[in-house]
Design a protein around this ligand. Sequence first.
Ligand code: PMP
Length: 441
Amino acid sequence: MSSDRYPLWHPFTQMARFHREPQLVVARAEGNRLIDTEGREYIDGVASLWANVHGHSNSHIVAAIQAQTAKLQHSTLLGITHEPAIELGRRLLAHLPGRSHVFFSENGASAVEVALKMAVQYWSNRGQPERNRIAVPEMAYHGDTIGAVSVGGEGPFRDVYGPLLFEPLRFNNAYRYRCDNCATETSCTDTCLQSLGALLEARSKEIAAVIIEPRVQGAAGMIVAPEGHIAAIRALCDKFDVLLIADEVATGFGKTGAMFACDLEGVIPDITVLGKGITGGYLPLSATVTTEKVYQAFHGEEGLKLFHGHTYAGNPICCAAAIASFDIFESEQVLVRARERSELLATLLADLVADHPIVGDIRQQGLMIGIELVGDRETRAPLPAEIEAGWQVCIAARDRGVFIRPLGDVIVLMPPLSIEEDELTQICEAVVYGLNRVPSV
Ligand code: PMP
């Protein structure tokens, strides 16, 4: 189809490039593979944007969606309720100890907005409206709506929209590979935590909440924080009586090797944001989950209620998919298997990818992987931007039957938890094939 007749404008896509590149038109998907209109198969190396959990066309989830579709397609949660939402609320809370209430939305960014509004209104309802700033680490990403972009990192995702945004208070992130203080040290120097400590010491009375992507800053380039980082942030929030919001939209549902990244360190945030994998990656649904302490601040008089709600929040078909996904988590050893697969992936990356001359850093937490490409491994100097190395690698990988998407010059791998051993080998070989096609500088 000629580009002027093509009807779509794709998200986060330069359409001029889209029309230059070979098009991948997905017709169906089975297991861990996407199948295009020509019948070619591609391993879904990024789990359809970090969402898919148990593979595509899973018969249990599909049957649950079909059964619910025949019964109740949609009914609002504004003032009335339905069984799939209640059941899913219970199932979620069973996996989120210390949390008491679930507020549904439709996508990750909206659920983040809900968390931010809850945090600010929590303090207002408790008579401290001056606590209304949000603290956030550098390079954060929480989605693309105005509030979510406001708490996102500076750069192309944010700068042009500046006039529309509010300003958060920022502290250092745990980007060890490029940290001025840690990069050359044998272990982390904790300067990022010190910067949060100093910020809270000076300004906690104006801060409603700290928001973090626990353990892995995904869109920043799969930046993995050291063990203990989430717990240390929790302790600082406790010390200065500031709410902790954990955005687990990317890290939730087994991707890090635990059900939720906060579980890795036994941390209970005041507000937990979930999305993407909540339905197994089949349908749009998200949730903002709170502790009783947060919920109670909204309970009582009419004016205390949360002024927020989306039309399709908690849609029953989406809830049915999510319940079915929990059935699989609970009846099969999904997390055990995912951890085994991530160990195998670590070995494959070390054996096949790590020594490549343009690979600077490989970061991994469970099945979330970032491979940072560089022009010089010694100095860690980036590759010239015009080479678009990340893109080149990912486009070439399609020749080897693997679909992946980069974040700049970081190659991202984030397969479904159901990924098979031979598929992991194929992914790594496709990455090497792509790396070998990047012109040398
Ligand atoms: N938070 C995080 C940590 C994310 O990674 C994302 C999406 N990649 C979002 C929020 C936004 O989710 P959605 O695209 O569903 O709005």
